[in-house]
Design a protein around this ligand. Structure first.
Ligand code: AMP
Ligand code: AMP
Length: 336
């Protein structure tokens, strides 16, 4: 019987994480904000549901979780609602390298990491005066992609930024014309092996429906501001000849992470890419943990099927890693 219990916050990819943990023989705990328990009751993946009034109350139950020998699996909702500083202070075993959080949450450090890894990134314009091509302007914080806008030049930027008088925390990024593609990797620090587990693209409101309205009708309608609010994820299988490049990009990202934040990135991670018609692969962000784009693959993906003789979701792969570490007495290496 596995020694640890696997715990996560009820949102994002919790269903997949907890199901994967159960499939690997772990007991599971879902920590839910009051009123959000229903999915975790409908789908029998949590052995125990702990309800808290707000994320601030997480620390009130931390001791209880420590006593239960729980390990927390982080995901975007956990980091977004707790904040990375609080996560760094947690004493509960955490699956992943906490030092990486810092590199990932600071756009400049993230850029330094990925460019040193040889990845191609969209250009950043420090000042609107420098804008010399179409750009996407992204606001930080909990907007979830609402309010982002495109601008064709400085004048256009100055006009559109006026609609956001209270915003001064944003990035001006070169707009890459191509298709988005999210690559889901898993790196085992125990075996030193990199895996590609799946790919997805996001389903975002309202940009993903703009193509359903002709340009003529868009002009006729009241002003439409594109937004990138995530509402779901769609599976993708990539052109096979692109795979060698995706593999190399993952390898280089891991290699560089060892330089900047020893022992480096391990477990699941995602490179968020845009591919141009010239097949240039731009990376605009990294997520150093499980992303919800792995959710279409609760039962495994076309790629995990090639490697495993059983359904292997990213959530299950995490649990498998913990199981291997327990057997080899190496949990200290993967819990930070
Ligand atoms: P939520 O718990 O749904 O409020 O999400 C918290 C954070 O995770 C948000 O910042 C979202 O951008 C991100 N997120 C949630 N669900 C998804 C998803 N299906 N795909 C990508 N990102 C997501
Ligand atoms: P983000 O909030 O950074 O995850 O981006 C939200 C959406 O904007 C995603 O659908 C991306 O495909 C798109 N996006 C982000 N950065 C760029 C870029 N530099 N060029 C084109 N599209 C982008």
């Amino acid at each position: 019987m596995a020694k640890h219990k696997i715990a996560t916050i009820g949102s994002h990819s919790a269903l997949q994480i907890l199901k994967g943990a159960k499939d690997e023989g772990f007991e599971t705990i879902c920590i839910c904000i009051k009123g959000k328990e229903k999915p975790y009751k409908m789908f029998p993946v949590a052995d125990n549901i702990i309800t808290i009034d707000s994320y601030d109350d997480f620390f009130k139950i931390e001791d209880q979780l420590v006593k239960e020998n729980a390990v927390i699996i982080p995901h975007a909702s956990f980091i977004a609602y707790m904040g990375h500083e609080k996560v760094e202070q947690m004493k509960l075993p955490y699956f992943g390298n906490k030092k990486i959080l810092h590199w990932e949450s600071d756009r400049k450090m993230e850029r330094q990491w990925l460019t040193k890894a040889g990845l191609l990134m969209p250009k950043i314009f420090e000042s609107p005066d420098d804008i010399d091509r179409p750009v996407i302007v992204k606001f930080h914080g909990a907007h979830g992609g609402a309010g982002y806008f495109l601008a064709k030049h400085k004048k256009d930027f100055n006009k559109k930024i006026k609609l956001h008088p209270n915003e001064n925390d944003y990035v001006i990024q070169e707009y890459i014309m191509g298709v988005p593609m999210y690559v889901h990797y898993f790196y085992s620090s125990i075996t030193g092996e990199l895996e590609i587990l799946s790919f997805d693209k996001r389903y975002e409101s309202n940009v993903d429906s703009l193509g359903r309205v002709s340009a003529r009708d868009q002009i006729a309608l009241p002003r439409i501001d594109p937004s990138y609010v995530i509402v779901g994820n769609l599976p993708i299988v990539v052109r096979e000849s692109l795979l060698p490049r995706f593999i190399e990009m993952g390898e280089n990202t891991i290699k560089e992470s060892k330089e900047i934040a020893s022992p480096g990135l391990f477990g699941p991670f995602c490179l968020e890419c845009i591919i141009t018609p010239d097949q240039e692969i731009y990376v605009f962000e990294i997520s150093a943990r499980i992303v919800a784009g792995t959710n279409p693959y609760t039962h495994g993906s076309p790629y995990s099927y090639l490697k495993y003789d059983e359904p292997m979701s990213t959530g299950r792969r995490i649990a498998r890693e913990i199981k291997i570490a327990e057997k080899q007495n190496k949990t200290k290496e993967i819990f930070h």
